[in-house]
Design a binder for this molecule. Structure first.
Ligand code: 1CP
Length: 362
């Protein structure tokens, strides 16, 4: 591992491990992205995956939101779909449409077209290089988060071939071809474990796993096709990092829409359970406090369309609902492209002021 500057602001790490903080740390999913005009300027010159694959560009867009506001963490700029690419699939990012797979997995027979033994260091080395460069440039300002898509969410894109409201093709696999689905989920899980461990070896100081499409699975389908893989990722990443003698890093799970699984998720090795805005904070707190898990979230991103005064009062209420121990403030999902950066800034500043007020009044 490289030598990097010590952390000047470790609020995020302390909150993730439920340690004492002097204010609540805050960051936003998709804090780098299209709502920033400086990001759009980079994107006007370079294709989406060129930005991901060029460490100087990925580093630059990672740092852009930190120049505008007092965020307590950075997240490396990349995409969850770099894993299907590493397994040999083509993915295009079509402006206005999102990700498109020209040749999705049409039937389970297509599994044999995937690279079963991907060389993660070779195929995804550009992500590790971007992480190293960004750690250097951050110079200890805030921690750098690495991430991956979760197996089910990646399978959903690989089978449906792009965004979908229902991911009905991928869901049909789960019921018509459960064994082949599990073979695909196993391949993804093993690849994700290597990918996340190597992100930490490169310099990532926390990891988030995005199960963005948990909500379209029912609780028993989730229990069969998502949870075991999520659990294995956390256990194995922790074990392998410990075997390598690397200091523990917080692991965050964001299973969007998985209301029914908060209890089960709190029994895995993740340190932080990330809530979307539809989830009940009080209930999640009760469940997770028993397991000493921290929570992340969960302001409705659409709240940032409101005026600054409304944003401040909603944020204050959110900070009070979660309490100041074991809470990382975030939105309940990513920033939308047409949100005003100044409104995100109002959210960030309100988290800081409301949590300081709460701590000082205690
Ligand atoms: O043309 C563009 O610039 C595309 C916009 C864009 C951006 C800015 C995409 C396409 N991906 C990203 C970056 C990205 N994606 C990050 C960057 C780091 C940061 O948070 O600042 C991260 C963490 C992701 C993760 C990601 N990609 C997820 C999980 C988070 C979530 O939103 O649930 C998912 C589902 C994707 C797939 C994807 N990539 C891009 C889009 C528009 C989508 C979503 C497609 C869909 O809605 O189904």
């Amino acid at each position: 591992m490289c030598d990097f500057a010590p952390l000047k602001n470790d609020l995020f790490i302390r909150a993730a491990f439920c340690e004492k903080v002097e204010r609540t740390p805050v960051w936003a999913m998709r804090q780098a992205g299209r709502y920033l005009k400086e990001f759009q300027e980079v994107r006007a010159k370079h294709d989406f995956f060129t930005v991901c694959r060029t460490p100087e560009l990925a580093c630059e867009v990672t740092l852009q939101p930190l120049r505008r506001m007092e965020l307590d963490a950075a997240i490396i700029f990349s995409d969850i779909l770099v894993i299907p690419q590493a397994l040999g699939m083509e993915v295009q990012m079509v402006p206005g449409k999102g990700p498109v797979f020209p040749k999705p997995l049409a039937n389970p027979g297509d599994l044999k077209t995937l690279n079963q033994t991907p060389d993660v260091d070779k195929e995804l080395g550009y992500v590790f290089d971007a992480i190293k460069l960004t750690r250097q440039k951050l110079d200890g300002k805030v921690p750098l988060i690495g991430f991956s898509g979760a197996p089910w969410t990646l399978m959903a894109y690989m089978v449906d071939g792009g965004s979908s409201a229902t991911f009905s093709k991928a869901r049909s696999w789960l019921f018509r071809s459960p064994n082949e689905s599990k073979a695909l989920l196993d391949l993804l899980t093993d690849t994700i474990i290597k990918y996340l461990v190597n992100q930490v070896r490169a310099g990532a100081q926390a990891l988030q796993v995005f199960e963005s499409h948990a909500g379209i699975l029912g609780s028993s389908t989730f229990a069969q096709f998502s949870l075991p893989y999520l659990a294995k990722i956390a256990t194995q990443v922790k074990k392998q990092l410990s075997d390598l003698g690397i200091q523990r890093v917080p692991l965050i799970i964001f299973a969007k829409g998985a209301h029914y699984a908060i209890q089960e998720l709190s029994a895995t090795d993740y340190d932080v359970i990330s809530l979307d805005w539809t989830m009940d904070v009080k209930r999640a707190r009760e469940i997770c406090a028993k397991k000493s898990k921290a929570l992340q979230g969960n302001l409705d991103p659409a709240m940032l369309y409101a005026g600054v005064d409304e944003i401040c009062s909603a944020t204050k209420k959110m900070v009070q609902d979660f309490g100041v121990t074991g809470h990382i403030a975030n939105l309940g999902h990513g920033m939308y492209p047409d949100l005003d950066p100044e409104h995100l800034k109002a959210f960030v500043n309100s988290v800081h002021s409301a949590s300081e007020e709460l701590i000082n009044s205690a």
